[in-house]
Ligand binder design. Structure first.
Ligand code: HEC
Length: 415
């Protein structure tokens, strides 16, 4: 079947989607490279053995097999006999992840701050104000974290971690009071991600550079660089899983958009750290601490419970979209309502008629004009500008009907 182009599906919109998607692609790939190499080095470090055969100033050795060849890796903590002329640094993965992530933050969140960050019922601010509050938080998060770490570098790491977790729980709560649920989630993700990259850029790499310079001059490097780098690497190690969790959660409203989603962030930070702990111990060759999966499972159950009790109270009434609805031509409104009722609502309803469907997919209800206006952006991207919905066009949504939804979208956008 030839697919007729949707009238006025603007090239600029399609181009924008492409740009956003390409940046997302880069972000995911850079993130995989970064996290992959960091997971690799942690596991490698933990598997090192101090064999007799290795050079006397070496710290440990590992043998690995991969891709048809054998690798013998030797780790030095102090100056090896001769420093090689060529050293591979691992830093661009982290930087590329941050740069593409920040671009994505601009493309998705800052450009559409009114949609994804601001919730006027919580805090009625302009886009520019929302963006400023976000940027200040990202910078402040790092400054505060860095200050706490510097003050406590030789102290108890567990107390430090608990303290940092409490500080971030406070930030999550704060941003949930200021931003929309989705905006607050991405804000915390951006703050944590920035801390991880800044740890690499401002602490770990400069420290390593100083160590290399001392070694080149045949001097004994200051041990503080090693200690700080180790502390920050440890934090990055434990933050990896929670940050990825937050980054991919934005298509799961039951996780990010309930009253207690800010607590869920902190719980997931604990879960992520416990899972990392399990694998760290396992990779070091010790008996894996299987009992750690008990608290992991229990905390996830608590999170599910929090999602449930934090969901909107459906018995309370709201009038928000009524004003908009009154300004839309009646015939267009009726035609659009008929389309969603006949082509979408068998799935997108509180009690879907679609076989085996327990609730509306992605919690998008499309049962009446109110629902339609609330979800107009989603309807536009899923059913007007693309053929994503209905899935496989099961309910045979005609192009003329997509055009009607397009007309509605344009009018709503103008209001
Ligand atoms: C046969 C069932 C079915 C029908 C009919 C259907 N949808 Fe969906 N819809 C789904 C499913 C399943 C998902 C979740 C897709 C996913 O997981 O990415 C979804 C997701 C969505 C989303 C959210 C997308 C996101 O990722 O945020 C929107 C918006 C949407 N549908 C709009 C529509 C519109 C508009 C129609 C009617 C023109 C429609 N759907 C008809 C099953 C359906």
């Amino acid at each position: 079947m030839a697919i007729a182009p949707i009238e006025e599906a603007k090239l600029s919109y399609i181009l924008f989607e492409w740009v956003e998607f390409l940046v997302r692609w880069l972000h995911v790939v850079a993130g995989i490279a970064w996290i992959g190499s960091s997971f690799y080095f942690i596991a490698l470090d933990l598997s090192l053995l101090n064999r007799k055969s290795i050079p006397k100033e070496a710290h440990g050795e590992a043998w690995q097999v991969h891709g048809g060849g054998f690798y013998q890796i030797v780790k030095y903590l102090v100056a090896p006999e001769k420093l090689p002329s060529q050293l591979t640094w691992f830093k661009w993965e982290a930087y590329a992840t941050w740069i593409s992530g920040f671009l994505l933050l601009i493309l998705v969140y800052y450009i559409s701050a009114d949609l994804y960050m601001i919730e006027i019922e919580k805090f009625d601010i302009s886009n520019l104000e929302a963006i400023s509050i976000s940027l200040i938080g990202i910078i402040l998060g790092w400054v505060l974290y860095n200050y706490i770490c510097k003050k406590t570098v030789n102290k108890n790491n567990i107390m430090l971690s608990i303290f940092i977790l409490l500080v971030f729980t406070f930030f999550s709560w704060l941003y949930f009071q200021v931003f929309s649920h989705r905006g607050a989630y991405m804000q915390i993700g951006s703050m944590l991600g920035t801390i991880m990259v800044a740890n690499v850029l401002m602490i770990i790499i400069p420290g390593q550079k100083k160590v290399v310079q001392s070694l080149l001059k045949n001097k004994k490097p200051d041990s503080i660089h090693g200690i700080t780098a180790k502390q920050r690497s440890l934090h990055n190690n434990y933050l990896t899983l929670p940050v990825i969790f937050i980054m991919i959660s934005n298509h799961y409203p039951t996780i990010y958009a309930t009253d207690y989603s800010w607590i869920i962030i902190s719980l997931i930070i604990i879960v992520g750290a416990l899972i990392r702990q399990f694998f760290n111990i396992k990779h070091s060759g010790k008996k894996p601490p299987y009992f750690l999966w008990v608290p992991v499972f229990m905390i996830i159950l608590v999170s599910v419970y929090l999602s449930d009790i934090g969901k909107p109270n459906l018995t309370s009434k709201d009038e928000s979209s009524n004003l908009i609805i009154m300004k839309i031509p009646k015939d267009l409104l009726l035609a659009s309502e008929e389309i969603i009722v006949s082509k979408c609502s068998m799935c997108h309803a509180k009690e879907p008629l679609w076989e085996n469907m327990q609730h509306s997919p992605k919690l998008v209800n499309l049962e009446n004009v109110n629902d339609l206006i609330k979800n107009i952006e989603g309807v536009y991207s899923q059913a007007v500008i693309s053929y994503a919905m209905p899935p496989g066009n099961v309910t045979v949504l005609e192009n003329s009907e997509r055009k009607t939804l397009n007309d509605l979208y344009k009018i709503v956008k103008k209001l």
